[in-house]
Design a protein around this ligand. Structure first.
Ligand code: GTP
Length: 202
């Protein structure tokens, strides 16, 4: 039984398995359509550099891209950036880059900025950005190698080279922020908006 009460299906403008899992687990019936935008070019053209502003911009552009092509549907876009001081990280391309990123993040506090937007017919109806502060343990090269051996290719699917709800939990000594923000989707504020639009049964 779906919780969704919209006249047309919700669309998630994302190829993220995690974001799909979060909406599925919330009982939403939706269609996932990746937004084919050049994220780096969009960011460069915007001139934005603050991690929360970049995540918000990209979440809006993904939602708008699909909403202009699927009229009459509510479209959810999301994006997550990782900031260590002024430096922003992207999803590692492979093990070597994951090891390099983890070496830089170890023993430091980094921020995850997760943004979500909802668009319909080319207009943004809702947007939110949420931040989590992640204190990573000091890690030796051997500990990073052991983690990467155990975690495998999954490390390339997350901006921080970790899945907190999985083996990534071993990397941290302190976490401040919302669980869903860490996983990449400010779910509670998204559901509050959809509920306010009478689109949810609960
Ligand atoms: N399962 C899990 N996924 C995480 C975690 N932290 C970050 N992620 C995922 O890392 C990815 C961040 O990259 P993004 O560029 O925002 O999104 P993407 O995966 O490219 O997918 P799009 O929405 O299509 O852009 C998202 O899929 C997040 O869900 C975590 O702790 N656990």
């Amino acid at each position: 039984m779906s919780i969704w009460r919209g006249q047309s299906r919700l669309i998630l403008a994302s190829q993220s398995r995690t974001r799909k899992m979060l909406l599925e687990n919330a009982g939403l019936d939706f269609e996932a359509l990746p937004a084919d935008i050049d994220e780096r070019a969009v960011q460069r053209d915007s001139g934005l550099s603050a991690p929360g502003e970049v995540a918000s911009l990209l979440s809006r552009e993904k939602a708008l891209f699909i909403s202009r092509r699927r009229h009459g549907h509510f479209v959810v876009g999301a994006d997550q950036t990782l900031a260590l001081g002024l430096r922003m990280f992207s999803k590692p391309s492979g093990r070597a880059q994951a090891a390099e990123q983890l070496h830089l993040l170890a023993g430091q506090v980094h921020e995850l900025h997760s943004a979500v937007s909802v668009a319909c017919d080319g207009k943004i109806l809702f947007a939110d950005v949420s931040v989590a502060r992640m204190t990573m343990r000091r890690l030796s090269a051997g500990e990073i190698d052991a983690y990467l051996d155990a975690a495998g290719d999954a490390v390339t699917t997350s901006v921080g080279a970790y899945q907190l709800e999985g083996l990534g939990v071993h990397l941290f000594e302190r976490i401040e922020g919302d669980h869903f923000t860490i996983l990449g989707l400010p779910l509670l504020s998204l559901l509050a908006f959809l509920r306010g639009e009478k689109l949810l049964a609960v």
